[in-house]
Design a protein around this ligand. Sequence first.
Ligand code: NOJ
Length: 541
Amino acid sequence: MGGFHSEAAAGVSVTTDDPNWWDGAVGYEVYVRSFADSDGDGVGDLEGIRRRLPHLAWLGVDIVWLTPFYPSPMADFGYDVSDYEAVHPLFGDMADFDRLVSDAHDLGLRVVIDIVPNHTSNRHPWFVDARSSPGAARRDWYIWRDPGPDGGPPNNWWSVFGGPAWTLDPGTGQYYLHLFLPEQPDLNWANPEVREAFVGILRFWLERGVDGFRIDVAHALAKDPGLRDLPQHCRADESMHRTEAWMCFDHIHDIDQPEVHEIYREWADLAAGYEAVLVGEVYLLRPSQVVPYVKPRGHLDLAFAFAPMHMAYDPSAYRRLFGRFTELADRGIAWVQCSHDEPRSVTRFGGGDLGRRRALALSVLMMGLPGVPWLYQGEELALEDGKVPVDRIVDPVGRIHPEDSRDGCRTPMPWEEGPGMGFTTGEPWLPMDDRDGGDTVAVQKRDPGSWLNRYRRLISVRHEIDRFARPDSIEWIESPTQVVAYRRGPVLVMANMADEPVAVTSPPGKWQVRYSTGRGLPGGSIPPTLGGAEALIAVRD
Ligand code: NOJ
């Protein structure tokens, strides 16, 4: 990133000679509905985000990813798009969008927007046309099949959200495919017209100045041309936990098909002309499955690594995972432990002070790695999941299985004390009355020892070390089993993942602590013990 930040701080708009400007950056996810509401309707909007951009610049992140803000019937809160080239009135209008991008650039922030190419809303005019008759102009933009011999679905594919991945359209007597809700019909990416339409959509936003795209369900666009049955090990039904049901199948024909890479080759050529970044939501857990999507083997610049969201807090598992990823991938991994789809890591790690310390220690480990560490809004405040009573659940997944609801991680940002907590002057769309002053940006900002200030310092150290932490290859340091420790060039990262203190030995040479979550003071040498869930970053003197 080099001079990118200082230029921005001087008020110069974003320009850089580096076509790989995201290399070494830190990303931040804004869940648009829950970040900041400017008009008092209880739902976050683009103008609200614009007004809060200074927080993000102060925090030190470089890339802001906006979740979908397009017109949508909101069956899946915006991931069911009914117009890809407009702004939902709930979130503002195109002028608000332009102002947001322009202010972000003035502050040195890049804007990445969500693109949802696997499926549209069932109310998108394309699908409305497609379902109007078997001969409709856009019929083949979606995936239609006759019923199976028993009149049921054409094959055994299962939806990520539970239930068969097929819905019968009574009007035309055929089933259509949807890997998510029935309100989210899958597009047929084997049809060149669909490809052409999306190239036009990407170009539309690139011309408006966006700096890249986060590609929703990036691993699923291409399907087996024969739509063959999946090998199945157990009977899946809708009463099962959705992940358990999904795991009854070997997903060898529905996702991660080789043809998907062709799509991104075309997108990468387009993005390169605008120096835009392509970040894939490649929701595959094994490093060997994710890495083929990113350069140099694939065509995306970055792919999220989601495995850390699905692991126990186990040092050997992290060592294995980070080791494998960094062995296989260049600098193409975006490291995340939270998102708008999974319980917040503080909650997953047991909540309270220990959960918070564990989450920060994992962040320290991620901040030392090559690639792009990424925070989810509120992670910098060490928030636990919000409490959403069952009768207030609105997430379509949570309405079927409340224990699986994604609303808890989506409750609004607590900015300051008082009604609406600086998020809204109205009634927030999800409850936030379980938050207290200590959770807010305003209170934490005043306290130098707060989580917010600790995350901010960590981001600043990350920027500082990433410049000279070469080569990328990481070298694991022999340490007690509870400790994860690695070196990347002259940088040393160490985390005690146990809850009790552990004795550690400093590797040979003289090391100076640059960042510590505990007692190792910046400027000092590596302490002889690390406290429970304590982590540090040191550099060779
Ligand atoms: C991934 C998104 O993050 C999630 O919120 C959404 O429900 C699915 N993709 C379907 O678009």
